[in-house]
Design a protein around this ligand. Structure first.
Ligand SMILES: NC(=O)C1=CN([C@@H]2O[C@H](COP(=O)(O)OP(=O)(O)OC[C@H]3O[C@@H](n4cnc5c(N)ncnc54)[C@H](O)[C@@H]3O)[C@@H](O)[C@H]2O)C=CC1
Ligand SMILES: O=C(O)C(=O)Cc1ccc(O)cc1
Length: 362
């Protein structure tokens, strides 16, 4: 039996547990310091067994996943290295920042065990084991940041286990990871929170703000509902990167303020134009670039009723769609629909059923 231990069975840890539990030869152990949480993990059947003892959870494990807040990773690593870990045991984490945990791990003596930092780049504004799902990581990127000392065989073992998440594993340098994720995730979370708080201030004077702020405002500020403690830790941990990014953000805002002050219409148009252009180039994660596992792309003419038609072709044959997204919808080109399925069988069925009606790409 391969023993997989998960410390902190919340949104991320619980989702990993659900990817591993029930697979042949795997036994998933959950750990929490609180007995009430241990009872909850067992009642919800996200793990095979659970304990409040760190030593019992860690010793004999083949894989250890640290799924606790970023601010607690160091104390968990320090405690783990005092145990008698199984030789060849792979310790990994799911923290949203990678530089400091890699640095701490590199200072410790693992006596035959190995540390490989990890960051599944999927999640949500929700938290806790109640929000966990075995589908959370499907088609997402899963970053691993091994140091140069980690043998390829050890890295390969972790990579192989993580295939069960159906994520796409990518290897990235820890510091480079923190720079990039700071820009594409940490800065946007700050902007969303600051924007909501700015509007909340106006709303205290006039509650019409709140009434009219539905729709688009809710969409672009969804991530402002993220778990405060988790984000305190992430931002403090990556503060050097985020402070630099905030300076640049300030310059971007100043540029807009200037364009408005000088009534620079061309400048505003250019800003929107170049943003639109860059955004349209962001990868849709087609096969060949980075493959989405069970996606099907359908060229569709731009007229009403197409989505309903496709949904009913699939529904009639009981093929379950997990997601549907319009990728491109312009007057001069046919639209592209991305249909996502949960497994290969549904994807294959969908291609069979749709190809007589529409051009299909994979
Ligand atoms: N929420 C998200 O979308 C993503 C989160 N992450 C990272 O995953 C890790 C876990 O985050 P989530 O699963 O979202 O959080 P969560 O709140 O759902 O789960 C955290 C787990 O850690 C446990 N825990 C242990 N010590 C704790 C302490 N001192 N304070 C609070 N909780 C403690 C909690 O009991 C809980 O089981 C964090 O390091 C976060 O940066 C990574 C990618 C996405
Ligand atoms: O909800 C969203 O869109 C997120 O941004 C989720 C998320 C949060 C933290 C991460 O480190 C990675 C992903």
């Amino acid at each position: 039996m391969t023993k997989i231990t998960i410390f902190g069975v919340g949104l991320m840890g619980g989702s990993l547990a659900l990817c591993f539990k029930g697979k042949p030869g795997l036994h998933v152990v959950g750990h929490s310091r609180s007995q009430a949480s241990v009872d909850k993990y067992l009642k919800r059947e996200v793990v095979d067994s659970a304990t409040t003892s760190m030593r019992e959870a860690a010793e004999g494990a083949d894989f250890i996943f640290l799924c606790v807040p970023v601010g607690n990773l160091e104390e968990y690593l320090l405690e783990l290295q005092t145990f008698d870990l199984k030789p060849g045991c792979i310790i990994t984490d799911v923290g949203s920042t990678k530089g400091s945990v890699a640095e701490t791990a590199s200072r410790l003596d693992w006596k035959g065990a190995w540390f490989i930092g990890g960051h599944p780049m999927a999640g949500s504004e929700r938290s806790g084991v109640e929000a966990a799902s075995s589908h959370l990581y499907e088609n997402a990127f899963y970053v691993l940041t091994p140091s140069e000392q980690v043998p390829q065989e050890i890295y390969g073992r972790l990579e192989e286990l993580l295939r069960l998440t159906k994520a796409q594993i990518v290897r990235v340098d820890a510091r480079q990871h923190d720079d990039i994720v700071g820009a594409i995730s940490h800065l946007p979370h700050i902007i969303a929170v600051a924007l909501v708080n700015q509007i909340a201030g106006y709303n205290r004077e006039d509650s019409l703000y709140e009434s009219l702020a539905a729709g688009g405002f809710r969409d672009i500020t969804r991530i402002a509902s993220s778990e405060p403690g988790i984000w305190r830790d992430i931002l403090l941990n990556n503060r050097r990167v985020v402070l630099r990014l905030l300076k640049d953000w300030g310059l971007e805002m100043d540029r807009f303020a200037q364009m408005l002050e000088y009534e620079d219409g061309d400048g505003i148009e250019n800003a929107f134009g170049s943003a639109r252009e860059f955004r349209s180039r962001l990868p849709e994660r087609r096969k060949g670039v980075l493959t989405s596992l069970y996606d099907v792309y359908v060229d569709v003419p731009d007229h009403p009723g197409i989505i309903g038609h496709i949904a009913s072709i699939l529904g009639d044959q009981r093929v379950n769609l997990s997601n549907i997204q319009i990728i491109e919808s312009r007057a001069d080109v046919p639209g592209i629909l991305r249909l996502s399925f949960r497994n290969q069988a549904d994807q294959d069925r969908a291609v069979e059923l749709l190809k007589t009606h529409y051009p299909i790409h994979m």
